[in-house]
Design a protein around this ligand. Structure first.
Ligand code: DAH
Length: 339
């Protein structure tokens, strides 16, 4: 009996299987009721008394070793991944590339982000407009040159319908539909009948700002714009307001920022003035408030408008405006982490 146990022990220790089924067959062969090991346990009653202790120990060891070996093999098959859901490590990497944000979107979002810290929310309006919202409500006289076909795209069949030339048109919508206090930013695309060159395009993007409330002053406007300039171009940035004219603001101004290329000393970029123009602004003309149904004796407001391409050019020093709309990935991919 002892030799038989020894022999089985050696046999069991060197067992190998090529499938889970084979392991099950082995279990039946050794451990089932009629299996070889169970038979030995049956024969145990015939072992002589003085041998019982040692043979008993050997039998138990044999059973334990067999159980252990079989469960090891079974587990190995359970953990094996089947061919269908196996990951093919030799395959090349996924060809899907992540997109990047368009530089104009990056700049537009940055403008919105800065003014939203001053309480501005976003309002949008249509790109195809009527004359009143683009010009009439904004105090443009009937003979104003902006209404000229040379400057504006009109719809041939109906000269009252045109592509908006500025996002100031959204002002007209907001003032006629909302009650003060109003504090909105109006980002969007605008169209002008211009010859396309490295510095002009027939469409570009603007962000308009409008604030109407009681007691809004020019000082409020200046403070908001100074905050914007410092946030956008750096803490050391200075601003300068030059008197100007827009039909919808009175007084009107154009704002320059100190040239960050030369630090204000004067260079080719700032045409040796030390200053770069970035936006138009002013106090909303009372005539605009009245045209849109707001009492100009109670309320006042300021407005400003800037070109997104212009700000992007200042930030990224892009030499040709056309690159923003050509969709050349080699150009567009450069701006992802630029801000
Ligand atoms: N609408 C002007 C333009 O397209 C920009 C502008 C100037 C907007 C002054 C304003 C403003 O709100 O107050 O050139």
């Amino acid at each position: 009996m002892k030799e038989k146990i020894e022999a089985l022990l050696n046999e069991v220790r060197s067992l190998t299987a090529s499938s889970a089924d084979e392991v099950e067959q082995m279990r039946i062969k050794y451990l089932s009721k009629k299996g070889e090991i169970s038979q030995l346990f049956n024969d145990f009653k015939n072992v002589a008394g003085d041998e019982k202790r040692i043979v008993g120990q050997m039998l138990n060891e044999l059973k334990n070793v067999t159980q252990q070996r079989l469960s090891e093999m079974k587990e190995a098959f359970e953990n094996q991944v089947s061919a269908e859901n196996m990951v093919d490590m030799s395959r090349s990497e996924s060809p899907i590339e992540f997109g990047t944000r368009h530089p104009l979107s990056i700049v537009k979002n940055e403008i919105i982000d800065i003014f939203s810290r001053l309480g501005f929310t976003v309002a949008e309006g249509p790109e195809i407009e009527d004359d009143w919202h683009v010009f009439g409500a904004l105090n443009f006289p009937p003979e104003h040159p902006a209404r000229d076909m040379q400057d504006t795209f009109f719809i041939e069949k109906n000269p009252d319908i045109l592509l908006r030339t500025h996002t100031s048109s959204v002002q007209s919508h907001v003032i006629t539909t909302q009650k003060p206090p109003i504090r909105v930013l109006c980002p969007g695309r605008v169209y002008r009948n211009e010859a396309i060159s490295y510095r002009a395009h027939c469409f570009f993007h603007q962000v308009e700002g409008l604030y109407i409330d009681k007691n809004v002053s020019f000082a409020d406007l200046k403070q908001a714009l100074l905050y914007f300039a410092k946030e956008m171009f750096g803490e050391g940035t200075q601003i300068r307001l030059r008197p100007s004219y827009f039909p919808f603001t009175e007084p009107s101004a154009e704002m320059d920022i100190s040239c960050d290329l030369c630090g204000g000393k004067g260079c080719a970029f700032c045409k040796h003035t030390g200053w770069v123009e970035i936006l138009g602004c002013g106090m909303v003309d009372p005539a605009v408030l009245e045209a849109c149904g707001i009492d100009s004796k109670v309320y006042s407001g300021y407005a400003f408008g800037m070109g997104v391409e212009r700000i992007a050019n200042l930030k990224f020093r892009c030499k040709d405006l056309r690159m923003f709309s050509e969709n050349d990935l080699r150009f567009l991919k450069q701006f992802d982490s630029a801000l």
